[in-house]
Design a protein around this ligand. Sequence first.
Ligand SMILES: [Zn+2]
Length: 483
Amino acid sequence: MNGHNDAVEIISPNNVLANAMLRSVDMVRPRLQATSVDRVAFCVGTQINGAPHMGTSLVQTAAFLLAKATKRTFNVDAVVRFGALDNAPYDIRLDPETHHAYQQTYFHALCSEAIDDLIGKYYRGTFDSLADATGVDYEIETYSAQQADPAFRHEFLATLGRLDQVRWPLAPSHGQVHLRLPCPQCGWAEKRAERTRLLRTGSGGADFSAVCTDHGDYEIAVSTDTGTYLDLATLYRNLIKERLAARDHVTLSVMVKGGDWAYGCQLVDEAFAQLPGPPPPPRIFTPMVLTDTGAKLSKSLIRDGKVPPPPGTHPWMLDVTEWPGDTDSYVDALVWLVGKMLADPKHFYRSYTAQELDRIMTARPGPVTGVRAREMNLYRRYFDLVATGRKTIEVRVQYPNLRTLKAGDHIRFVCGRDEALTRVMRVARYPSFEEMLDAEGPARVNPDSPREQQLANIRRIYGPEKEALGVLAIEIKLLDSIT
Ligand SMILES: [Zn+2]
């Protein structure tokens, strides 16, 4: 179906990694072979301070497309997990005496509704659109929710017994890890934790002392279930997040990160080596967007007038809200671009200048049809019923990205390389599968299977917690099938 893409040529030299594999998604295969997980989660983390730039969209789009390729290639379930870093600094000020920087996070400065609005404004629309375009579901979790999780806090506390070993990889120049424990009275914390001390640590938790500009010395206890906020700087946070992920035997976490992280992860690996337990989870580094000098394209350097915008830079590359079109058209363009990169490991495991991206995007063919279809995966036995027009009701639970589904939309059902394009005639919502089958009639859901059998099959796919989201009956009309 992507034959028209071939008009635009990308030329990439070979490299060590690309030379070792046939498909970009083969990065996931070694760990899948070594474990028996049911599901793969592609994890992306993004600071929520301000509008995303193109590099952020590249990472996110790659995560969705890798999840889609994982489902098809390895026949396991795959989702995208989005970590919204609401511990990004909202405000910074200097202590008048020591000149140490103090910072307040977005979480401490804003109410949870305002954080949710920020995520909604910059990301939820894009993620809904990516989910539709790829047939991959996603989950969003804030850093603040993550650090409150007892398992995350336990993983952190477990590193304190070896703090003397891990503090050097986490802060190789001075050994002072940026472990921020905000003042309980005002929520501000010393940015580089110069005066934060570990007083004692044991099986139940740890006690620290720190200094607030306004409120003086304070002591703070961290345990698995206290509410004290644990603001870990980037490397430490990634160490804890990855160690927690590596212990999950049901879901394989794959970290998807911008290419500049390849350098930073060397230190995370060094910290892993100092601790007992599992090795780091697999990581996939996505192409960096570079200027003509070979430096990473930086919105802030250009905004502050320190460097001119490099050749080929469009405003939307620095701030994706400048894209001249709606969210779906932006996502379609990104899916096309990243799809081209992923098509060959040589094109994916490399970086691109803004100028080269401009060239590729300018040569991009327009949409083949005027139809933008959501993609949904189906098991073979159901796909064949749809592709022959015998199944006219598709059943789903109400995932967030399906809340806007309506009559007139198009759905492309996919099974392996086979596709069936359908039009949505009607969407009905029910509190349970039983009520749905009673109202719609089991024969329209599956003409070959009795009601009780269908109910059992559906419940094997969707557990009670998924059914509780609400049940959708989607009436479809077959337009075209390619098998
Ligand atoms: Zn204070």
